[in-house]
Design a protein around this ligand. Sequence first.
Ligand code: NAP
Length: 432
Amino acid sequence: MRHFAVVGSGPAGFYTAEALEKAYGEGARIDILDRYPVPYGLIRFGVAPDHQSLKAVSKRYDKVAESAGVDFIGNVSVGRDVSVGELLELYDAVILATGAPHDRKLGIPGEDLAGVIGSAEFVGWYNGHPEFADLDPPLGGTHAAVVGAGNVALDCARILSKTAHEFEGSDIVGHALQALDKSAIRTITILGRRGPHQVAMTPKELGELGHLEAAVPVVELADFPPVEADEPLDPGLRKSVSILRSFADLQQNKAKTIVFDFFAKPVAIEGDGRAERIIVERTVLDDRGAARGTGETYEVPASLVVTAIGYSTSPIADVPFDGGKFVNDGGRIADRLYAVGWARRGPTGTIGTNRPDGYEVADLIASTMPPGSAGDRQGLDGLKRLLDSRGVMPTDYDDWRKIEETETANARPGSPREKYVRPSDWFAVLGR
Ligand code: NAP
């Protein structure tokens, strides 16, 4: 019997577990560890609550969790409760699928002012993430800004601009829905340090902005190169640029605006004890396509600033780390130690990108310890003994389901997490 520990229960972890299960069948036991008693990482805490079709992929992960050779072990933090070295003693292979949960920093003056928050925090707030559920972002001012020209920036701007009615059928948590409903924000400026041809926004996500109930996107056609210049772009980017151009034709007849400000690099955030404005420098593209400041600056008012400029992985003791992700060669970090997903590649790609990633690492593992070969590690029994000796109480599949059932018990139909179980109450639900 082989024993595998997959650390992290987001998409990368589940695809890897699925691949290992397929490769080894009854010849392996796979433990998916998570620091929280509920699984799915990015799906639960990162994907926008109004993107239910993306979240539906968790049904596939449910099947993996329910298969005989797989166990979900929650409430275990690797690096704190158990080290990677100890896991390697207990398991034939350890696969780190810990994602990239930390916000990259802008590195400009004023970034630490109240009212400046990273997208991981803001997204975590409206998704009920244990660390950010109590964030209480300032929504009392009329102006907000989102820094970055990627899909996360779009998520943040869209969530800030939607009406309560538009969240019907989403799984936004109740406290965020109530706060957003009372929000005074009327102008949301998206600051892209480069131009429309350099956006990292995809067509479907951009297209949604043109159909909002109470908000309309605004672009300046002067920021765009001539239409002919769109021709050589990759089809996806060309579509995004054409959607952005089409925003110029929309009637400005709604209460809120989402303003695209291109060639706009934040250089400072200012305010009296809290964010009031961003100082932005106009940029041009240099020969390498990077944003170069022109020296011309102006102010963008914002009492809420969300930075959506990418993420980094949490380092774990004794695992080589390059500042953003684990150092690895095609997923292999060291003997019997692997990384998958954003912890392997950095924070890029869709949820589906993690599938081939997980299967590739499972193949790599199978090439060094072929299915059918025997191992003599202790696996979960040994892990439980070790955790018990440290007073750590892991949770299991039944505990996860109990939390979810309690969460949905009182919710309105179509609003499954309206009265969700706040993370601080998880263990009360479990009677611990
Ligand atoms: P991203 O796609 O890498 O975009 C990051 C943005 O931040 C870029 O526009 C980048 O500009 C900008 N940026 C970086 N450093 C900056 C700085 N110092 N100052 C100003 N701007 C800066 O990252 P993301 O939006 O976090 O998304 C992560 C991944 O998740 C992406 O692959 C994304 O497509 C995916 N995602 C998908 C969905 C969906 O499918 N619905 C939703 C959310 C996220 P430069 O290009 O100039 O560096």
